[in-house]
Design a protein around this ligand. Structure first.
Ligand SMILES: Cc1ncc(COP(=O)(O)O)c(C=O)c1O
Length: 362
């Protein structure tokens, strides 16, 4: 049975990438060594990391004045690195609170510097993206979580921050849609959704922001150190960088970000169109703010949610359980999820609805 993995992360990787990664695991390019055994200072690995960076730059059209970093520590370390490096002046950093991951970023910023929440959608349980806020022109930066993995919302339009550097946690949507990197001061993402295996964190930073953080910022947490060493200050997550490079090249073969974005729109529409006419399942996110990557939905009772989850497991539709803070179900449909997986999910939901609601309102 073909299985489809709807996990929010770590999540599906493209089949072609897994096959190539399996070859490299045994013998990298006829070297007789596993790609995991290559020294990070070796010519082979330096080629791997440079190739990965070049492919990412082509895919996202990253301007020359931005550095690309391949780090460890997850997106969660960026919650601290951003304020440690960019908010050390007297002016507060501004945050838009759109859910669980924004809150984590805000909590960390408050530990380390002055941070102000200038807008929040907490009043409606994070089911929308706030649009009304005042951004101080001298704010250290404006931080957004561009796609909210748990709540299933996204910034359809990227806010304009004027001269204030815009910082985005794009963990659950980087490379899934076209964005203009030049609008941002810094973009970061944990890799384990659209990029590759867990263990790698990608940071794209405009070089004028790299600057010199306060003296007491530990070496490993300084952007200037990693930029100068081109991500090789210490041992990088070598294997994850290798697989991410394969994912980037797979994406280029698919036609690049624009092509995959069109496919992502088709996948998301198939699921939302079904949800909008369903008499059993629902999604409570404001339509204009719906994520194309993470689609939460619920049946009318806990019992039906559990029954659906058990039935979907049996049908090879895996990891559909919603995050423990949100409950219900969540389908994460990142770049590597084929349309056939989403179609199978919709068919399964239709069948379940027919059997459990008789096509009528329950
Ligand atoms: C939007 C977002 N930010 C941050 C994180 C945390 O990432 P990490 O586990 O890499 O620290 C996640 C993880 O799911 C996420 O979805």
């Amino acid at each position: 049975m073909t299985v489809y993995n709807f996990s929010a992360g770590p999540s599906m990787l493209p089949e072609a990438v897994l096959q190539e990664a399996a070859r490299g695991l045994r013998d990298y390019n006829g070297s007789g060594m596993s790609v995991m055994e290559l020294s990070h200072r070796s010519r082979q690995f330096v080629q791997i990391i440079e190739r990965a960076e070049a492919a990412l730059r082509r895919l996202m059209r990253i301007p020359a004045e931005y550095s690309v970093l391949f780090l460890q520590g997850g997106a969660s370390s960026q919650f601290a690195m951003v304020p440690m490096n960019l908010a050390q002046s007297a002016t507060a950093a501004a945050y838009i609170d759109t859910g669980n991951w924004s809150q984590r970023a805000i909590a960390e910023a408050k530990l380390l510097s002055r941070a102000e929440v200038i807008a929040s959608s907490a009043d409606k349980n994070y089911t929308y993206i706030p649009r009304d806020y005042q951004l101080a022109p001298d704010a250290a930066y404006l931080h957004i979580t561009s796609n909210n993995t748990l709540e299933g919302t996204r910034f359809g339009e990227i806010p304009s921050a004027g001269r204030v550097p815009l910082i985005a946690d794009m963990s659950s949507e980087m490379l899934s849609r076209e964005i203009d990197v030049a609008k941002f001061g810094l973009i970061y993402a944990g890799a384990q959704k659209n990029i590759g295996p867990a263990g790698l964190t990608v940071v794209i930073i405009r070089t004028d922001l790299v600057g010199r953080p306060a003296r007491n910022v530990p070496t490993m947490l300084r952007y200037d150190v990693h930029c100068e060493a081109r991500s090789l200050y210490n041992t990088p997550p070598c294997y994850a960088v290798y697989v991410a490079g394969l994912v980037f090249e797979w994406l280029e073969q698919m036609g690049g970000v624009a092509a995959v974005e069109t496919l992502n729109e088709i996948k998301a529409r198939a699921l939302y169109d079904f949800l909008d006419q369903s008499s059993l399942f629902s999604n409570s996110v404001a339509r204009a703010d719906r994520s194309r990557m993470n689609v939460p939905f619920t049946a009318p009772s806990e019992e039906l949610n559990e029954k659906f989850l058990a039935a979907s497991e049996g049908a090879g539709l895996l990891t559909l359980r919603g995050h423990r803070l949100v409950g219900g179900m969540r389908a994460s449909i990142y770049n590597a999820m084929p349309l056939a997986g989403v179609q199978k999910l919709v068919e399964m939901m239709q069948q379940f609805e027919y059997e459990n609601a008789g096509g009528k309102h329950v």
